[in-house]
Every structure is written in structure tokens, then in C-alpha cells.
Ligand binder design. Structure first.
Ligand code: NOJ
Length: 536
């Protein structure tokens, strides 16, 4: 049973495109909109329902495009508004929806309003749109507080006249003041702008950070950690939901209503409000992305999240990889609890990854989440079983994390390397020129053309799983089947049984027709690190 149009998002498979690294049409080494449009057949063949585009807006790329100069335009290196319209038309003609990223916590420091704020000086109305504060000390020479920014370094930047501005991320990403009506109105205009161009939904960046309480005295960084459940001055304040209630009214003016998913790093019990039908409607659940490949962790995470989603009147989301984390084929190749940053700093050498086992577990985990009720977010390249490019040389790194942590954190570039479409040719078919991050030689072995039509390849496994999921996607019910400590099994309406074996002992395939197996069976049994879907 396909979802009625209005509820298309509830059990959708959404494919995340990181535009600069997907496909490059003009050979400048940066992916672009015509490149994406040319690859829509790959997405339809894969069988996804929607595409989520990470930021493609004009940007100096201080944070991979999450530093937005103009939220209602396209970066000229990525394309034009006309090319955006062509992409929307091509996706819609292929039956795919489009979700775009909205970055409402901060602009870039090149945004005209931020430039105006700097020029206008202390006490001016222009500065009110951002979070400026006078520094401590006689001449304001000390930051207003000792807060640190997400990628390292202080969260306040001096502007040379005794005032400092707040940036939770890089200094090139000044935080908006959401108490200001101009900020609210401007974002409504941005949402309308894209919704009017045919965008079906929005992914809301750091959705829990918008509204802030900077009443003096400001708490110290150490005190911040103790302030939870609405009392934190920067994160997850109750007032943030007023913003989303306003947005929801806008979304509901469209037919079908525009959808939204919150990126909100909040405790699970606080997630429901972001996902409520009078708010954004859905929220990312990153719990599996942070869990080890472990039966108990998977079972518990699913149980909890299905309850949270039901309480919110939403559907759950399942994510194993995105542009911010080490790809799951590599995470599962490391021993449980391994320090991923230390592994990246060793160029992927220590601990030595179990590459084959990592891919086997990644496929089992993917088959597991694709069988769950709720929507699944896939990250470009995971359909090729791509591992993290862990040995990028320091000189090639672009993620601000690397420099701002003074080389102590390698950052996220290893999952953002442009995709290999062909084993041969310039930039492995990414485009007719180079690639803005260097591709490793092993990309040839996993390129799309190496896997296309090859039985047992990860690409064919994803295609098969997504096709079968169209039949499995019935109502949103799930019933656990008791099955011992190392095995997780559940049934879904329509006679489906799904079983993942996390343990060393092979187990029997449930009775019925074997529709999908994430890897080969062993003597007719389900071996370790394998998921099967069976239909009675
Ligand atoms: C979350 C995004 O996913 C990440 O890539 C970005 O760096 C931060 N938000 C800041 O916008």
C-alpha cells in the first residue's frame, strides 16, 4: 500500500545528496545541479522516494556551505536558479520529492545584514539582528563569556569596537537573533521562496539552537553542561517551538503540505515536540548512528524511538550515515567503542579496520533499518558500500574542524569525497575534470559501473532492498519476535518477518519465501552479521 500523497514522508526513503561531491557537469572539480539532474536515473533505478540536498546556496564554504550568504539563491559554482528549476522538474517527472536544507541558526559573515551590522556599529538596529554583546574588561577586550564553539575555539569573535558576536560554529557563521521580527520574517520568505519553486520539504539545520536567552550573568561553559530541559541559554529552549508553529502554518498553506525534519541534538524525550504535527512534523533520530553493531542496542533503540514517534504523532527516522559522521561501513569495521577520530588521525591504520566485516555489518544494518516502520535517510555513496576515505592528506582537508581544533580532530572530509561513477576516466566519472577532494585508487573497485548488474554487489543489494521495501511498507506496525540474545527479529503486517543475526552461531531462516538477504547464507542458515527478510 503506497502512502497517500500528504503522508508521503512517513515511510519515505530519502537520499541525501551533498551537492559539491555528487556529480560535476562542467569539470571544475565541484559537483553541481546539472550534474545531479543528469544522475536522476541512478536515483530512480535505486528506488528512493525523495532527495535531500545539502546546502547549494552562495557561500564562502567556511563550513561546507552551511555558511549561507544568500538563502534564496544558488552558488554560481553549483548552478543557477533556472538549473534548480530543471532539477525540480526532472525529479518530479521521475516521481521523486525534493527536500532542501534550511540553515536558520546562523548566516555567513558575508550576508548583507551581517555586513551592515558591522558597518553600523555598537547600539545600532542593524546589530540587533545578530547576537552582539559588549566584551568584559574596561575596553571590552575580553569575551562576554568563556563559551566554546562547536568546531573548537571561542564562541565569541571581537569586532574591534568593544563588541563581540556569538557564533556557535565557525566565526564565519554569526548566529541570528531570533527575537528579532526581521529574522523571523526573512526566514518565512525563504521557506515560501523554495516552497513556491516546488520544493516538497525542508531539513532544518541545528533546529534546537535558534532561540537563546542571554540574560546576564551568563553561565560559564562548565555550568552550561548542567542546564537541561529548557533551561539551557543556547539549546532546546521551549520558545523555539513558537518558531516552528509559525512555520507549520506556512507549510500547511501548500497542497500537499510541505514537510520538515528537524536536526535537533536533544535528549530523546525532548524530540517529540520537534516532531509534532503542529511543529516540524519529524525529527532525526541519530541513536542507531551512535550505537555499536549490537543486538541489544538495536532492539532498545528501535523500541524507544517507535514509542517517541508515536507519542509525537510522527513516524520515526532511521539514519546510519550522513555528511557529518564516519561512514557506517567503516564504523562497523572498527572494534566496538574505538576512537574514530584517533583512527582518522592515524590515516585509517590503527586500529586496523576489518573492511570485509565492516561492509557485511553495514549491509545487515541497512537491511534492518529499511525494514522498520518510519522513514530512512540514506547518504550518497552508501549504496556502493563506500568506506570512509581515512587517509586524506592534511593539505587537502577542508572541514573547519581540522584547523580550529589545531589538528587534533581530522573532521568530516573523509565521507565527502566525490563519488566514483566509473572505474576509469577522469575523477572516476564524477566529472570531466578533477575532484575537489582527492579520490583514492580503491574507488575504481567500488564505482557504480563496476557494481551495476553484478549479482551480490552492494549496489544491486540496495536496489533489491528498496524494491522489496515498496511491498513491505504497509501499516506502521511492528511486533518483536523473541529470539535470544544475539538475534533481533520482528514481524510486519502482510506476513513479513525480518531477522538479523548479530552472533557467531548461524540461525534458521524463518519460514516463508526468502525475499532479501544482506549477504550469502551459510548452509541454508543465517550467518553472523546478516539480515534476512522473509514473506510467509
Ligand atoms: C549541522 C550540519 O549537518 C553540519 O554539517 C554543519 O556543520 C552544522 N550543522 C552547522 O551548520
Amino acid at each position: 500500500m503506497e502512502q497517500p500523497t500528504k503522508d508521503w514522508w512517513r515511510q519515505a526513503v530519502v537520499y541525501q545528496v551533498y551537492p559539491r561531491s555528487f556529480a560535476d557537469s562542467n569539470g571544475d572539480g565541484t559537483g553541481d545541479l546539472p550534474g545531479i539532474t543528469s544522475r536522476v536515473p541512478h536515483l530512480t533505478r535505486l528506488g528512493v522516494d525523495a532527495v535531500w540536498l545539502s546546502p547549494f546556496y552562495p557561500s564562502a564554504l567556511a563550513d561546507g556551505g552551511y555558511d549561507v550568504d544568500d538563502h534564496r539563491d544558488v552558488d554560481p559554482r553549483i548552478g543557477t536558479l533556472e538549473q534548480f528549476d530543471e532539477l525540480v522538474a526532472t525529479l518530479h517527472a521521475a516521481g521523486l520529492k525534493l527536500v532542501v536544507d534550511i540553515v536558520p541558526n546562523h548566516s555567513s559573515d558575508r550576508h548583507p545584514w551581517f555586513r551592515a551590522a558591522l558597518a553600523a556599529g555598537p547600539g545600532s538596529p542593524e546589530r540587533e539582528r545578530y547576537v552582539f554583546r559588549r566584551g568584559r574588561g574596561d575596553d571590552g577586550e575580553l569575551p562576554p563569556s568563556d563559551w566554546t564553539a562547536a568546531f573548537g575555539g571561542p564562541a565569541w569573535e571581537p569586532v574591534g569596537d568593544g563588541e563581540w558576536y556569538l557564533h556557535l560554529f565557525t566565526p564565519e557563521q554569526p548566529d541570528w537573533n531570533w527575537a528579532h521580527p526581521d529574522v523571523r520574517e526573512d526566514h518565512l520568505e525563504t521557506l515560501r521562496f523554495w516552497a513556491d519553486r516546488g520544493v516538497d520539504g525542508f531539513r532544518i539545520d541545528v533546529a534546537h539552537a535558534l532561540t537563546k536567552d542571554l540574560t546576564e550573568p551568563l553561565p560559564t561553559q562548565a555550568e552550561l553542561a548542567t542546564l537541561l530541559d529548557g533551561s539551557h541559554p543556547l539549546f532546546d529552549r521551549d520558545e523555539v517551538h513558537d518558531v516552528y508553529v509559525e512555520w507549520r502554518k506556512l507549510f500547511d498553506q501548500y497542497d500537499p503540505p510541505r514537510t520538515a525534519v528537524a536536526e535537533a541534538w536533544v535528549p530523546a524525550h525532548r524530540r517529540a515536540r520537534y516532531a509534532s504535527p503542529d511543529g516540524l512534523g519529524q525529527a532525526f533520530n541519530f541513536d542507531l548512528l551512535r550505537a555499536d553493531f549490537d543486538a541489544e542496542a538495536f532492539r532498545r533503540t528501535v523500541t524507544e524511538n517507535l514509542e517517541f514517534a508515536a507519542d509525537a504523532g510522527s513516524s520515526s527516522t532511521w539514519v546510519l550515515s550522513n555528511h557529518d559522521v564516519v561512514r557506517h561501513a567503516s564504523r562497523y569495521a572498527l572494534p566496538a567503542g574505538a576512537d574514530q577520530n584517533a583512527w582518522l588521525l592515524s590515516d585509517g591504520r590503527y586500529p586496523r579496520p576489518d573492511v570485509e566485516g565492516g561492509l557485511r555489518r553495514a549491509r545487515a544494518a541497512t537491511a534492518f533499518i529499511l525494514a522498520l516502520p518510519g522513514s530512512t535517510y540514506l547518504y550518497q555513496g552508501e549504496e556502493l558500500g563506500l568506506a570512509e576515505v581515512a587517509d586524506l592528506p592534511a593539505a587537502a582537508l577542508q572541514d573547519p574542524t581540522w584547523l580550529r581544533s589545531q589538528g587534533t580532530e581530522k573532521g568530516r572530509d573523509g565521507c565527502r569525497v566525490p563519488l566514483p561513477w566509473t572505474a576509469a576516466g577522469p575523477s572516476h566519472g564524477f566529472g570531466p575534470g578533477g575532484s575537489h577532494l582527492p579520490q583514492p585508487a580503491w574507488f575504481a573497485d567500488v564505482a557504480v559501473d563496476r557494481q551495476d548488474g553484478v549479482e551480490g554487489s552492494t549496489l544491486e543489494f540496495y536496489r533489491q532492498a528498496l524494491a522489496a521495501r515498496r511491498r513491505l511498507r504497509t501499516t506502521e506496525d511492528l511486533t518483536w519476535i523473541p529470539s535470544g540474545a544475539d538475534v533481533v527479529a520482528f514481524s510486519r503486517p502482510g506476513g513479513w518477518t525480518v531477522l538479523t543475526n548479530f552472533g557467531p552461531d548461524p540461525v534458521a531462516v524463518p519460514a516463508g519465501e526468502l525475499v532479501l538477504s544482506s549477504g550469502p547464507l551459510a548452509g541454508g542458515l543465517v550467518p553472523q552479521d546478516t539480515t534476512v527478510w522473509v514473506r510467509a
